[in-house]
Design a protein around this ligand. Sequence first.
Ligand SMILES: *Cc1c(COP(=O)(O)O)cnc(C)c1O
Length: 381
Amino acid sequence: MEIESKCLHLAQKTNAESMDRSGALSFPIYQSATFGHRGLGESTGYDYTRMQNPTREHLENTIKELENGIDAVAFSSGMAAIGAVMELFSAGDAIIADMDLYGGSVRLFENISRKNGVAVMQLDVNKQDVEAAITTATKAIYIETPTNPMMRVIDIKKLADLAHRHGLLLIVDNTFLSPYFQNPLDLGADIVIHSGTKFLSGHHDTICGFVVVKDEKLADKMRFILKTTGAGLSPFDSWLVVRGIKTLSVRMEKEAENAMELAKWLKEQKKVKKVLYPGLPEHEGFEVMKNQSRGFGAMLTFVVDSKETAVKLLEKVELITFAESLGGCETLVTYPITQTHPDLSKEQLDRCGITDCLLRLSVGLENVEDLKKDLAHALED
Ligand SMILES: *Cc1c(COP(=O)(O)O)cnc(C)c1O
């Protein structure tokens, strides 16, 4: 089955689906905390919603198929998913992460992981020597591609080969492209993470997260962590994400098309100094991305001539909303230095290149001419 069809249909029916005789097209919301047993040792497959829930299972199976994994676990947020992955590690372990990550991930690594004895070392995995940074304590490499907010592209296959030569796991946060455009597990990654809040749910109405794996042992560990720490996605939110995924393919195609058009247009604007979009042939990561992804996505970052221009643009946009988050139908503009990356030190900001002239767009489904008009007005003197 091709990916557009997978967004709508599961190859294999879930337990709950095969039990449903109504023929409902919309998957039911099983708003139940617990499930009855017919007799001793006779579970329906569902015992207690912290562990299993039919609606969540339907969503998890959809994500599992979209990412070509063997199991997907749905969490109550992207951060809950990342926190659960970090539970795979113990005090004394070390992780190598790329320097350019979602700000919340850096906050988790520096405050929670470090307190628990897991050292996360950030470096530029494209330019610095990753191999030289590996020690006997290193257990995993953690990346996003394209990165947030600098849109650097990382070669997943190359990094997976390196990780596996040293017995490490490669963890990829695939939020920015969604499984519609990129499947890291197929390129060698061991764990894929999503903030499902973004493109997967796609309507700015739900918070959720996923962990997808392709190895039985890792799947068992993630299921144990879910059951034990308890941050599973609720039945109603699971239903919203299932509904969102039905239109994932058309949304991603249109949003990426709009993003490409806006990237080209922004390049021509007097006050725009630089446009970072991996779909532009002059982008450093263009070739790698063309090989490892099916599209360039809907995220783009641009640099304006001054802080004053950036601040004015944020105030003057009307159609575009000045807000945190990304991946929904409506176009958002974000100011990374105060919104997504406020906890980074001056040194970390400088190393990534995050300045007060940097703006990030999550391009939505509006008519692209309307978006240009809004930005042109916001960039006027
Ligand atoms: C938003 C985001 C997260 C965190 O997800 P939440 O659902 O907000 O908890 C993690 N990684 C990336 C790349 C994100 O954009």
